[in-house]
Design a protein around this ligand. Sequence first.
Ligand code: MF3
Ligand code: CO
Ligand code: CO
Length: 325
Amino acid sequence: MSVTTPPEVLPAAGEPCWCGSGRKYKRCHKPLEGRVVPGVVSPMRSVPEAIVKPSYADTGKVARWDEPKIKSPDVVERLRYACDMAADILRLAGEFVKPGMTTDDIDVFVHEETVRRGAYPSPLNYHGYPKSVCTSLNEVICHGIPDSTVVRDGDIINLDVTCYVKGVHGDTNATFLVGDVDDESKLLVRVAEECMWKGIEAVAPGQPLSDIGKAIENHAKAHRMGVIRAFIGHGIGEQFHTDIQVLHYYDARNSMVMRPGMTFTIEPMISLGTWQHKMWDDDWTAVTADGKRTAQFEHTVLVTETGVEVLTANGAVSPSAPWKR
Ligand code: MF3
Ligand code: CO
Ligand code: CO
């Protein structure tokens, strides 16, 4: 007979695995110890009729159209509103997280806070994504799906909040410490946030987008940390993701020139080990290939005549670049 849940007392590395496979513990379940594993996903939540929804809300299919890269003042004004809202909900969600709750509890919180403000939670049914926020724990790089997984003391968790309101999306995320977190993870989270700000500080009209990735990669490297490559920043506006691509590592081919009025996200994912990733069978959850922890921060930004405006900063500014709004 084979068992699926580990016993209270685990075998030594060289002893047979507790699962009954006949293999040594170290060659079987030991590598999975302490890893994030898929939980049970609850049914999709609904959004009140009165809330204006993006076209994919009912179908899960994302229509793509050619959206101007340079936003009109009207779109920028609406983006400020959506971005302020996302920043607000992200901050509240971070304060809400406590050891013992499930990631689904966090989803309920974000969902309710979003619809209460008259907005649609952009992730919900985006390409079929089943929840209203992404909750990415420990070695989960991004797009973790809220489920029955319990958040524990010592975890780090990224919450990625996007609001659709006034016809535009505002996108922001942050990694939060849960209870008493080890020093290495704390450093990871700090460096990831610094990397995001280094990227933001590199935003300037007339400069190539590759300046952003260069700044991020240099800072990560200085701390011997990895920059995840498979997921990138993106143009944003009336569509959640547009064709502007923002790499978080240096590549000369990321040569599009930044122009005033462009809006995009900067959202580096930094790891304690490799930059390589693996996907879970759900086709959403991305984890580090080596199982080491990873942290991410994200802001939506606007290129201005003189530099950058951080649309999702809600008044907060970089320690080294106090931009005026
Ligand atoms: N908010 C994520 C980003 O920063 C995208 C999430 S897509 C979803 O681009 F479908 F997973 F919600
Ligand atoms: Co984004
Ligand atoms: Co996001």
